[in-house]
Design a protein. Sequence first.
Length: 460
Amino acid sequence: MTDYDAFPDDSAAPHPDSILRLASAVHRFSIPYINPEDQLSFEESFKSCASPHGNTLTVMRLTDSRRQAIKKNMADGKLNHAALSKALTEYIPSINQILLSCKFQPEVARLDKRLLFSWSSGIENIKSKKSKPHFDSEALMFELVLSLATSALSESNVGCDSCIEGDFPLASRQFARTAGIFHTLGDDILPNWMANSKQHAEMENESLAETRVGVCVAFTMLYTAMAQQMAVATVLVKPGVPNYALVGKLCAGVAEDLDGFVGVLRSKSPVHMSRMDPSFLTLITFSINVQRAISLYFLARSLWTACEYGVAISALSEATVAMRTRSSPTGRGLPEIEPNGPLQSLVGEMNGFRMHMGALLNSWEKDNSLVYFDKVPPSVPANKALKAIKLKKMEEYTLEMRDPLPLGPKGATATAGQDGANNGGPPSYDDAAANDPRLAGRPRSDSDLARELQAKLNAS
């Protein structure tokens, strides 16, 4: 692309570089953190019921080692999100295996030492991780959910790094992975957990944002939109003239997903929305309006190319209005940018885009008044408006289900298999899910499991 004012034909000036950064602006979240004072050990807590089984003890020790590696990575001043994401990918199947082992063998799952998981939120607005309040839970499911959410947000930060480096296709895939994890949380894991939790009402406002169904559903939409933003950026960096209509439709799809993100948060998780960084919510409002403005801009370019000069002028005029700073908090246009706010870094691109559109509009109006004489409608007719395209770029995430580990004295966990034989160990995951009446319909609540384990610990 070249600068528009150096192009010989003002009416055909190419889109400026400023659009690329405006179209690809995304937010980098912090990640949830394990309480540094948290010294829990799966090996110590499950010592009595795990020690008779060499494989079970090995998994407990390995899970402890992986959790320590995650904590060490989190404590590093220069957090390596790629390394953290890899560590969590190795840890999550292990904590899920321990969870399933306890759920399928509650009679012999006994604690020697209390398990208390302590995490702080990455989504909620806390200035310093050192002062972050921690939420404590005895539920193994809480540990699994926070690990998954941390994995998602860590992957999204790797995506932000790829975006900064200009590798937009890679960033799109990384944001799609993040969306897939949040979709699994919001569509499957959290609804099942909360439906069976007796503490659901009490936890609704107190627990971390990462454990709320509404937040995870909303964040699925957010990262789907961000993945599509990277697809738009991929098109814009290619040499030559892009397919104007296609880019406009993609930007309209991004705006709709971001709008949906805000709507779901506001309706499903208003308390946790109020705890988010106000500058992030301002960025979302900014991005929604910018994406709509860019969509109208590319609609105008496609109409002008198609010799529909009057409607093109109308669309470009609407785009310039959408890029104005709004006069009130509920008015149309961009939110006011604070002098020291995070959006300050986009002021140059914003002004560059405005100048380009102003010059292009003046050129088009001049050409139309001297050459084409097309009627300019007061607004874009409905039959000329672009229909949003949503690529729904989301990479499916599947939580690995490993067979439960044997717990308790050898032989105490014997169960009957499908053929009626005593197998001398816990059922496989598939057999347990198919044959255990406790798993029919709704599974046993993980919060119930935590209370049972704690009761056994207190009784011993």
